[in-house]
Design a protein around this ligand. Sequence first.
Ligand code: SAH
Ligand code: DHB
Ligand code: MG
Length: 223
Amino acid sequence: MVEHAAEPAWVEVEQYLTDVVVGPDPAHQRALESAVQAGMPPIEVAPTAGKLLKLLVQLSGARRILEIGTLAGFSSIWMAQGLPDDGRLVTCEYLRKHADVARANVDAAGVGHKVEIRVGAALDTLPTLAAEESFDFVFIDADKENDANYLDWAIRLGHPGTVIVMDNVIWDGAILEPERDEVNAPGIIRALDMLGQDPRLDSTAIQTVGSKGWDGFALARVR
Ligand code: SAH
Ligand code: DHB
Ligand code: MG
């Protein structure tokens, strides 16, 4: 495993941007505190990235969101806040304990009526979603080994114009030194190759620094 080490200055600048630009929201604070209480790893998106997800949901006019990897529901709350009141977010989570914490958090944030949490391995859940209305926006943030499989499902469950965001595509630079993380880095590399090569996608990837270390996200549009 690689360390996601953060320089103090990156964290200070992120805190500044969070305070000055993003602004506080008690629901977000509650979700972060509940995750710590429950002993979850601090691997939710940074508030600056959460706000980006909300804005992308709004800019794209998405009404149906698919999330893969719920944790405590922090990113779910951000995205659900960008949905209209009759919008829907389906989020896939492997661990029952995480799903229970997330349920309480999305309810406390006042967006629970928009959020459905599906417990189980995402690759088991995703085929069951094919019968439903397609998704306008997909956020991929679970086990990195399956990132390319999740991209394929995002395309199949989406439509032309569906927005795909994939977290953690830099992994402390291990994408250039995959021997540093033999599970996650190769999975991320396969997904990056697919983002660049798959004719169904138009993609970019952005590297970031901050409280989550040196990482980044990919943004793609289904053609
Ligand atoms: N999106 C969240 C963070 C997700 S962390 C946020 O930003 O707030 C990754 C989550 O994916 C963890 O809760 C982990 O339990 C879950 N996960 C890991 N493997 C999974 C799988 N195969 N299917 C579904 N969820 C999985
Ligand atoms: C890990 C997972 C994430 O989704 C993330 O944003 C950071 C770290 C992890 O499994 O270590
Ligand atoms: Mg992540």
